[in-house]
Design a protein around this ligand. Structure first.
Ligand SMILES: CCCCCCCCCCCCCC(=O)SCCNC(=O)CCNC(=O)[C@H](O)C(C)(C)COP(=O)(O)OP(=O)(O)OC[C@H]1O[C@@H](n2cnc3c(N)ncnc32)[C@H](O)[C@@H]1OP(=O)(O)O
Length: 244
């Protein structure tokens, strides 16, 4: 999933970057042309998909020990190839003045991050979002069940995006979870909506569960627009791109 940013959002991000120092230096104004970003994203996300498959295959492999050792050597050689050219730190969030942005390292939605499922969050209206994805063996907590911290991670992302609507920067202040029933590994669905707003405080409610079944985890979160953040209330804020 990709974000595209309108010109107003680019302006807002510039202000944030200047205002916030170290943390918001992760919002990087980057004039890579959109077609180059699209091309790189396709190749990088393909690699991340394969690494994700490797993670699942590793967890579930029953091949003999010597075969595991041989695969390890090959994987180490591949990592060394990728290490030949590296960013000095995390991927951050990039944006260009054509309105394209990309956050390939995000732990939940990052297309270049094999740790992320990655989740494709659909914003059907401002203040309302949903996502459907599959959480496999890499996300296990109790046997056969999604780890409770993973549910919290997934919910935090969709709730943060819902509070923000890609028009304003919001940060999680408080997140309260009620684990009503275990969530089996496999297909899951999340829904989130803004339940209320008061000044810089936005309350979001969300849930995750097996599609079509009772909610497994309910969440309520208080998301704050930090006092230092600029707010872009125009319709030109960030929006999700169609290509996902
Ligand atoms: C265009 C932009 C696009 C951006 C894309 C976004 C996509 C997002 C997707 C990302 C998804 C991933 C999401 C993530 O992972 S976000 C990462 C996890 N969260 C954090 O790291 C947040 C760390 N904390 C802070 O930075 C600050 O403490 C914040 C910003 C939260 C508040 O610092 P600020 O200096 O602004 O606050 P204030 O002192 O003026 O207080 C203001 C009011 O709020 C009340 N209060 C304060 N703290 C809390 C609290 N913790 N719970 C409840 N209430 C709290 C306070 O009592 C006061 O109330 P009142 O006295 O007025 O009644």
């Amino acid at each position: 999933m990709v974000c595209t940013a309108g010109p107003a959002a680019s302006g807002a991000l510039s202000v944030m970057r200047e205002t916030l120092g170290m943390t918001m230096e992760m919002f990087i104004h980057d004039e890579t042309p959109t077609d180059e970003v699209d091309r790189r994203e396709k190749v990088l996300s393909g690699l991340a998909d394969s690494v994700r498959d490797l993670v699942d295959a590793t967890i579930r492999s029953t091949v003999p020990d010597d075969e595991l050792a041989a695969v390890r050597a090959e994987v180490a050689a591949l990592a060394a190839r990728l290490r030949r050219q590296q960013l000095p730190g995390p991927a951050g969030v990039h944006y260009n003045s054509e309105g394209r942005s990309w956050n390939w390292g995000n732990a939940v939605v990052g297309l270049g991050n094999a740790v992320a499922p990655p989740v494709e969050i659909v914003h059907d209206a401002f203040g309302s979002a949903y996502a459907e994805m599959t959480l496999g063996a890499a996300y296990e907590g109790p046997p056969g069940m999604v780890h409770g911290g993973v549910s919290a991670l997934m919910l935090d992302q969709i709730m943060g995006e819902t509070a923000s609507g890609f028009k304003r920067l919001t940060m999680t202040g408080t997140l309260t979870l009620r684990y009503r029933r275990p969530l089996p590994l496999g297909p899951v669905r999340m829904d989130a909506r803004i339940a209320g707003e008061e000044g810089r405080k936005i309350t979001v409610e969300a849930r995750i569960g097996v599609p079509g079944e009772d909610t497994a985890v309910e969440a309520t979160g208080l998301f704050l627009i930090p006092r230092w953040a600029s707010v872009d209330e125009t319709e030109q804020g960030w929006s999700r791109s169609a290509e996902g």
